[in-house]
Ligand binder design. Structure first.
Ligand SMILES: Cc1cc2nc3c(=O)[nH]c(=O)nc-3n(C[C@H](O)[C@H](O)[C@H](O)COP(=O)(O)O)c2cc1C
Length: 405
């Protein structure tokens, strides 16, 4: 039973200080926002947000790989007016990035997906809703007129995915992301140490003490609607207690053919790390791939996505749109990915930190930081449009003789 049900007084008590948009003024980078977020969140939510699979090699590698890239800027090319707009999946969009699909966002802020959808609308960028969203497809669609993408997980009961797709289509979602890197959920030691029990924390002494130290998060968590997964399964099974057990390992390439038949809009395969699988996705009639290692959260000891991106872009040719994610924390990271041939980037934690720090205002702040940094990087590289970002602008430090150009 949830604490909110045992303590009805919580519903009428005065909330502690509201979620703090004021502190955002002091946050000048995504890492600054991340520090605010970590201060607000209890241990379990922090572990879920920041943690990775296994020894977290890939989690670290995702960042370290950016440190090995260097720009070779072109000077004095009149980049006074920089234009960041581009086309993603056939639609014009003001920025070359979108918000990545995230399970259980209401763990980070009580408004969860609604806050993220409103921030995406403000910026006019696409937002991908997860199968493991904690707000329904229909409620998210009601919050925004920005392009919405639906992220599909398939497991045992394929009927669940079929029903969700029909709901997403009816609600006006424009594209699908099929996540292929999560046949089973990885081992996440950090989450185990924190005693994380998704989607709702187990009420132990430690949890209660931790919650007491974070009154704002706790009050909102305890007084808002119980966390559930309204987009999967029949209503009586939507508040499943053990999210990790949904992933049963039955994921197959044939599922993609089946999804292709069900959905007539664009489909992207998310989790690609090999050029041959990009080719296979193209052969299966998909529209694009997301080069992703799930933010270092699934199989550990896989490469950083920025390192495998060029090979996948080359294999995809003009058959697929190639998006990329995992480890992007700076607008300059986004510029580097575009220079290496990505059409766009998905940002995961870089918007979640904002959500956890200050709800919608926090997500907006993170989008603004990334957009400003991207514009500055482009101007300093002597580049006026996204299309002008090319491989001649990048080299790998460890192989100083090799530039990508
Ligand atoms: C807390 C959290 C939950 C996530 N849940 C999902 C999910 O439900 N479905 C999915 O395809 N990817 C999920 N991801 C992965 C993201 O979509 C994205 O690939 C990843 O966050 C990118 O790395 P970054 O966080 O370093 O930007 C999740 C990531 C995080 C951090």
């Amino acid at each position: 039973m949830q604490l909110r049900e045992t303590l009805p007084l919580l519903r009428v008590a005065r909330p502690p200080a509201p979620y703090g948009a004021r502190r955002l003024a002091r946050c000048h980078s995504i890492e600054d926002v991340a520090r605010q977020a970590r201060r607000r969140l209890p241990l379990g939510a922090r572990a879920y947000l920041d943690g990775g699979g296994g020894d977290e090699y890939t989690l670290r590698r995702n960042r370290a790989a950016f440190d090995e890239l260097e720009f070779l800027p072109a000077m004095a090319r009149d980049a006074a007016r920089v234009e960041t707009s581009t086309t993603l999946l056939g639609r014009r969009t003001p920025l070359p990035f979108a918000l990545a699909p995230i399970g259980s966002p209401r763990m980070f802020h009580h408004e969860g997906e609604r806050a993220v959808a409103r921030a995406a609308r403000h910026a006019g960028i696409p937002y991908a809703l997860s199968t493991l969203a904690t707000t329904s497809i229909e409620d998210v669609a009601a919050e925004t007129d920005t392009p919405l993408w639906y992220q599909v997980y398939v497991w045992g009961d394929r009927g669940e995915a079929k029903e969700a797709l029909a709901r997403a289509r009816a609600a006006g979602f424009t594209a699908l992301l099929f996540t292929g890197d999560t046949a089973v959920r990885s081992d996440r030691t950090r989450e185990r140490h924190a005693g994380l029990n998704l989607p709702s924390p187990r009420l132990r002494l430690r949890t209660l003490l931790d919650g007491a130290l974070r009154p704002s998060w706790s009050w909102h968590f305890l007084t808002s609607e119980t966390i559930s997964f309204p987009n999967i399964g029949p209503p009586d099974r939507r508040s499943r207690e053990k999210m990790p057990h949904m992933f049963d390992g039955t994921l197959r390439w044939e599922d993609l053919d089946w999804i292709r038949e069900l959905w007539d809009g664009p489909i992207l395969l998310k989790g690609v790390l090999r050029p041959d699988e990009a080719v296979r996705a193209a052969d299966a009639g998909l529209d694009g791939v997301v080069v992703s290692n799930h933010g270092g959260r699934q199989l550990d000891h896989v490469p950083a996505t920025i390192d495998v991106l060029p090979g996948i872009v080359d294999a995809a040719g003009d058959r697929l749109e190639v998006l990329v994610d995992s480890g992007f924390r700076r607008g300059s990271d986004i510029a580097a990915a575009l220079a290496l041939g990505a059409r766009g980037v998905l940002v995961g934690r870089a918007h979640l930190y904002g959500l956890a720090a200050a709800g919608e205002a926090g997500v907006r702040h993170c989008i603004d930081i990334l957009a400003d940094e991207l514009r500055t990087t482009m101007a300093l590289c002597g580049v006026r449009t996204v299309a002008e970002l090319d491989r001649s602008l990048i080299r790998q430090r460890a192989r100083a003789d090799v530039s990508y150009g």
